[in-house]
Structures are given as C-alpha cells and as structure tokens.
Design a protein around this ligand. Structure first.
Ligand code: PMP
Length: 349
C-alpha cells in the first residue's frame, strides 16, 4: 500500500507510556500517578458544573483558574499559562522557543518525551550526560548554545538540583530559554517559580497530574515573564483558541483552594516513600535519593529485567527500560501503604 508519510512522520518514534492494565488484582506503580483521589472539594466542583457551562464554550482565557494560580504563587495573571497537561505545555514551548535552528540541551537520561518533540519539530538534540551517580550537574550545560530543558526532580532518577544551582546557570545562560519541568516538584524538590521575575528567559512548567491527583483531567501550568507566556498563547491559539475545558478549569480552581488536603496527601506519599526506600534496601536494592513520587532502584545483582517480569506476572506493574545505564534499574511509583505492601509481598515471593 502507498505510504504518504512525510520524512518527519517516518522519523518519529512515538512516546510509549507505561502499561495501563488496572483492576482489583493489579497494583499499578508504573506511571507515577497519585495513589489518592483528588480532594472531595474538587469532585464537588466537577459535579457542580451546570449544563449551561457545558453548553457554552469554556472561558478562552481561563481567567478564574489563572487568577487563582497567580494568587497562590504571588504572581500576576499575565505570568501564568494553562494547558491540557504539562505535555501540551512542553509541546507548545518547544514550538515557540526551541525551533530556532539551535540545538536543544537536555540530560541523556530524562523524560522520554523531549526527544519525541525534537523529532517532531526537527530540533537538534544535544545530550548532557548524568554523573556516574545519576545526579544532574547543571555545570555541564553550555550557556547560550541553544535552549535548555530538564526536569527537576529528574525522571526516572528522582534526583533534584537545588534552586541556587538553577540560578547560577541562569546568570550565565541569558540569551535562550531555559525550561524547568517541575512535574514532580511537589514531593520535596525546590521550585524556581519564585525566580521568574529575575530571569525573563526562565519558563517553569507544573502539572496537576502528580501532586494534585488529576492525571485524568489533563491540566498543566507554565509560569514565566509575560512575554514568554504570550508566546505560548500565540502558538496555542493558532491550533485551538480554547486553553482547557470547563470541567478542568473548575477542578483546577477547587484543587488550588484545597490546600490542607493537598499537603496531607503529599506528606503521606513522602512518608510511604521513606518506608519504601528502607524496605527495598533491606531486600538488596540500591535506591537513589528521591525527591519525587517514585524511586529509582537498582535490582539485587542488577537483575532488573527478571524482577520486572516476575512482578508483572504477579500483577505488580513497575517501569523497566532495556537501555544502557537503565537496564539494571526499576522505576517504582509510590502508592498507598497497601500497594507498597503488595509490591514487597511479590518481591519476597
Ligand atoms: N514532565 C515529566 C518529567 C513527566 O514525567 C510527565 C508525566 N509523564 C510530564 C511532564 C507530563 O505530565 P502531564 O502531561 O500529565 O502534566
């Protein structure tokens, strides 16, 4: 059959997310979702959306949601952008800021969507090697060569860099955009949202998918200088003039207001993480320090593939990559205490 694919489409290696099998006998620790439901107020806000709000198009400017986010972070509304998950924010930012004919620098072990977007937009990739202990040294980035993006904490390694190291990089890197992907910053990392007024080339992305238990809703946020935000808006509006749907806007506002619930679930996840680290260490795993809602653990004797398969057969889903430097390791999301117990029982069996 004739294939009408362009060179760009032929070149694409689409992102493959973790397996989505679920059900009573499945313990799903492979996609870093929050094990707790969103706050009751969030579910109430979704149920409270009236027919009229769905009959009409949503607020194209998401004013209430952006105002709520701006107040929460001590910013003004023109420094806040919202999108359908932070993946959409990344896609828009790549198009708006990284298709300038210059290479984009990012860690060689990092979020696997970055190379996908580079392929999609024809952006040259310049990979920055992680240290032997899998930490990210920002000194390895070359200032002003092209754009820079990294997750903080990094994925799948879970390690974080301090905000002052990001500041030091921004002091040197002034002519291109630096995007800090803070999808996992809720779980103990240091956010650099507070630096956006100091550095007009700093863009920071957040998500409601992890700390706020709303992965099913698709809601992400970007913070930056009003000019960076306007650039994202221009690209977004060229595709589709409505930022996020009415349900997501209502849920997002309620989620930001449910501060106590949010803090409680974060605390539970961080406590469970601490316990998981020692339980895994007691079973011969080497576990990297984690500032995220997952841990990166080297299987005993480096036998990660076998452990992955056996866990999978037992209905415990974790993440494994058959790639250099990753193939002895597993990425394990932090679930509820009961889910972590199911993991340990399967490991012991
Ligand atoms: N950045 C990183 C580092 C991630 O791991 C993820 C989740 N897969 C995302 C961004 C995207 O999350 P979402 O689109 O759900 O906001």
């Amino acid at each position: 059959m004739t294939n009408f694919w362009t060179e760009t489409v032929k070149r694409l290696t689409p992102y493959v997310p973790g397996e989505q099998r679920s059900g009573a006998h499945i313990t799903k620790l492979n996609t870093n979702e929050n094990p707790y439901p969103p706050a009751p107020e969030v579910l109430q806000a979704i149920r409270g959306v009236e027919g009229d709000q769905l009959r009409r198009y949503p607020d194209p400017e998401s004013v209430e949601l952006r105002t709520t986010l701006a107040e929460y972070h001590g910013l003004s509304i023109d420094e806040v952008f919202v999108g359908n998950g932070s993946d959409e924010i990344l896609a828009l930012a790549f198009l708006a800021y990284f298709t300038n004919g210059k290479p984009l620098q990012f860690p060689d072990i990092s979020y696997s969507f970055y190379p996908v977007y580079c392929d999609l937009y024809g952006i040259e990739q310049k990979l920055v090697e992680l240290e032997p202990d899998y930490s990210l040294s920002l000194e390895r980035f070359e200032a002003n060569l092209g754009g820079i993006i990294f997750p903080n904490p990094n994925a799948p390694t879970a390690s974080a860099v301090p905000a002052d190291a990001v500041s030091r990089l921004l002091e040197k890197h002034t002519e291109q955009v630096l995007l800090v992907d803070e999808a996992y910053a809720d779980f103990g990392g240091e956010s650099v949202v507070g630096l956006i007024r100091q550095y007009p080339n700093l863009l920071v992305s957040h998500t409601f998918s992890k700390g706020r238990s709303l992965a099913g809703m698709r809601l992400g946020v970007a913070f930056g200088h009003p000019s960076l935000i306007e650039g994202l808006q221009r690209v977004k509006n060229s595709f589709n003039s409505y930022p996020v749907d009415a349900l997501a806007q209502a849920a997002g506002v309620a989620s930001i207001k449910a501060e106590d619930y949010y803090r409680q679930t974060l605390t539970s996840i961080m406590q469970t993480r601490q316990q998981a680290v020692s339980d895994l260490q007691n079973r011969g795993f080497e576990v990297l320090p984690s500032a995220a809602n997952f841990v990166f653990a080297k299987a005993p004797d480096g036998n990660a593939e076998q452990v992955f398969r056996k866990l999978n057969d037992a209905g415990v889903l974790v993440r494994y990559w058959n790639k250099p430097r990753l193939d002895q390791w597993l990425r394990i999301s932090i679930g509820t205490a009961a889910e972590m117990q199911a993991l340990l029982s399967a490991l012991d069996a």
